[in-house]
Write a protein that binds this ligand. Structure first.
Ligand code: UGA
Length: 434
């Protein structure tokens, strides 16, 4: 390898994190070999087909296809790269603990030949890395948790706030090699021990989720006292100690990470003998928040039996087709439980949503979903909903009533179109009740 050649990178597990990691390292000039056990996925990636909806990812893979190899063969990976990023998922088990079976099976497949570095990107409970390190003597171990957000993962990877690199002092050379990979990206590198790195990841997600549940409770109080949570969050966020981010109220956080990691941290604490009181409330507030829309609807419509409710957006957030822990799942079940007829539209998540939302009728456009509806609920803040023909929408609906679950739409503009508008923690516009 001459000095201008970049170190080859191995990626184990080509899910969302693995694929973004592989594509971005290729973009930085590294040859990347990525291995997954699912032959079908590997084949389609080798044909250039990207099945994940993530802005910019497909383009990056296409642009760097000569530097990217996808394989099912672990030996090919081990021969091709020394630095191995483990990116397999750690979904919650029924008890809420992280399921580490995929991590364990990767570890079982590895050879501790003193040559490779195992770099853990998967989110694991604090303490896991030390155990793996003991199980793989002779292989350097580095914890390098990911902080990517779905929908902006490529941007986040290429412009990190910080990169956390946790290692035992005996593996300091490996830690330096990992830090060097990220140096060109400019984020601060936090060099620390393995357990602290693992805790930084869990604590960051739990803290962000706590902020969301906090602002959701503030929003609920604002509704009682006639204040506007948008103004409150703006005023709070200007305090440097608080900052403006993650203070958007709504109908609950979802996704594959916050619900899972809050619960995992709560259980990790509990299993270690500490009762993490605050996180119980974060979870409970989030569950209640998903259901508050139902009482907002009954306030306007009375009984929901036979009422047609249109959900605008289904994904857990915009710019993704991910339905994991989406608020739409709980909300549509509650609405159907109240006897409502539920129709829905989402620009990209409907294929994923169909099997998860039995009995919910999917429509090809937002306007088609709003046809003859008694109410609309904005569940996911897709930008295209701002541009919708709201005059046309009001004309199609049986009753132009909208609950804006993300405080995303312009209340006055909707009112001009004839809507009764209600958001979360902000004054409603129009007073139509029945
Ligand atoms: C989250 C973290 O933000 C990432 O840093 C982390 O890497 C990732 O989890 C992970 O552990 O893999 P993500 O789940 O993709 O990323 O999405 P976020 O943008 O953080 O949103 C999570 C949920 O919170 C969404 O349902 C969103 O609607 C909600 N949210 C977010 C709010 O309700 N209010 C806010 O102010 C912000």
């Amino acid at each position: 390898m001459n000095s201008s050649e970049k170190a080859p990178i191995g990626v184990i597990g080509v899910g969302w994190v693995g694929l973004v990691t592989a594509a971005c390292f290729a973009e930085l000039g590294h040859p990347v070999i990525a291995r997954d056990v699912m032959a079908e996925k590997v084949d389609s990636l080798n044909r250039g087909e990207v099945t994940i909806h993530e802005p910019g990812l497909g383009e990056l893979i296409l642009k760097n296809k000569d530097r990217l190899t996808f394989t099912t063969d672990m030996d090919e990976l081990l021969e091709g790269a020394k630095l191995l990023f483990v990116c397999v998922d750690t979904p919650p088990t029924y008890s809420g603990d992280a399921d580490l079976s995929r991590v364990r099976s990767v570890v079982a497949d590895l050879r501790a030949d003193g040559d490779h570095v195992l770099i853990m990107k998967s989110t694991v409970p604090a303490g896991t890395g030390e155990t793996i390190r003991r199980d793989l003597p002779g292989m350097a171990y580095v914890s390098c948790p990911e902080f990517l957000k779905e929908g902006s993962a490529v941007e986040d990877f290429l412009h990190p706030d910080r990169v956390v690199v946790g290692a035992d002092p005996a593996d300091s050379e490996a830690a330096a090699a990992v830090a060097a990979l990220y140096e060109p990206l400019g984020g601060e590198i936090v060099l620390t021990d393995i357990s602290s790195a693992e805790m930084i990841k869990l604590a960051s997600n739990a803290y962000l989720a706590t902020r969301i549940s906090f602002i959701n409770e503030i929003a609920n109080v604002c509704e009682e006292v006639g204040a506007d949570v948008g103004e409150v969050a703006r005023g709070m966020g200007l305090d440097d100690r608080i900052g403006p981010h993650f203070l958007r109220p709504g109908i609950g956080f979802g996704g594959s990470c916050f619900p899972k990691d809050v619960n995992a941290l709560k259980l990790l604490a509990g299993n270690s003998g500490y009762h993490f009181q605050l996180l119980n409330s974060v979870i409970e507030v989030n569950e209640l928040q998903k259901r508050r829309v139902v009482s907002k609807l009954t306030k306007h419509l009375g009984s929901l039996v036979g009422r047609r409710v249109a959900l605008l957006g289904l994904a857990f957030k915009p710019d993704t087709d991910d339905m994991r822990e989406a608020s739409s799942l709980v909300l549509s079940a509650r609405l159907r439980g109240e006897g409502a007829e539920v129709v829905a539209f989402d620009p990209v998540a409907m294929d994923n949503a169909r099997s998860l939302l039995p009995g919910v009728e999917m429509k090809e456009t937002a306007l088609a979903a709003l046809e003859n509806a008694d109410a609309a609920v904005l569940v996911t803040e897709w930008s295209e909903f701002r541009e919708l023909d709201w005059d046309g929408a009001a004309a199609r609906m049986r009753r132009p009533l909208i609950i804006d679950g993300r405080n995303f739409l312009d209340a006055d503009k909707l009112h001009e179109s004839g809507f009764t508008y209600e958001g979360i923690g902000r004054p409603g516009v129009g007073t139509e009740t029945e």
